[in-house]
Design a binder for this molecule. Sequence first.
Ligand code: OGA
Ligand code: MN
Length: 285
Amino acid sequence: MQIIPSGRPLGAEIAGIDMRRPLDAGEVAELKQAWNDHLVLVLRGQFDVSLDNHMTFSRHFGKLALSPPSPVTGKRGQYENVPPEIAVVSNIEKDGRPIGALGTADVKWHTDSSFFDIPPAGGLLRAIEVPEDGSGATSFLNLYRAYEALDDDLKARITGKLCNHSANYDSSGRPYPYAETGDPTKSPGARHPLVRTHPETGRKCLFLGRRLDAWIVGLPVEESEEVLNAVWDHATRDEFSWTHKWLNGDMVMWDNRCVMHRRDAFDPSLRRHMQRTQIVGTRPV
Ligand code: OGA
Ligand code: MN
């Protein structure tokens, strides 16, 4: 196995792994170490991978989470006939309906499913078919670095504070079919510390979720907005990010505890089809 760092604040390519083959204990340990070191790993050229292969590979890193229900149908596994551990991300339509989630618009910076008490620890997304022109790229942020680079004043304003991670919007900014309160202090969701300690590395990082409808618990909304705007402006700076341009057969795995991701829009006439598993996490502390 070779580890080729991206040269950016996070991300590394792993060569020499075929995710259809069982991994030995040494390989699993090496991959886990690389994942903790680089936060996002890319395995290129993973073709002819069955859903079983994808799930078996993912289970090396923990228990599989069930994919969140579709905001449209309320059903898991989106529209395709896939096991509940698989989420489909796609704009391709079958019988007039998309076979997966997230459409073609840009997807804002987010942590997956942080509006649950126990958000997933990681996501493993494989590209089956992606636009050849490199559109629909996915970017990632290193939230350890972002935390470490905060100025003391802002650090003090968020230390010990909880943030409400609103369940009112999905990662594309589309409202879920929950009652919209119009008041972030009353939004359904989960409350997590703004600064969390990664359970494996022991390092502190920012944990922001998504910007829409977020609220720092206990603060007047105006002050919460001011602090959140400052933290988000800081955390989403280029210097903490790395962008992955997809090729067919890419398997990209991100640590959902210390990384946020976003996706560029792409032309609706192009086809993009991906499948994702998630690893069960722990309650953020
Ligand atoms: C996801 C996600 C972005 C993309 O699968 O959680 O945000 O690039 N995907 O498809
Ligand atoms: Mn996501």
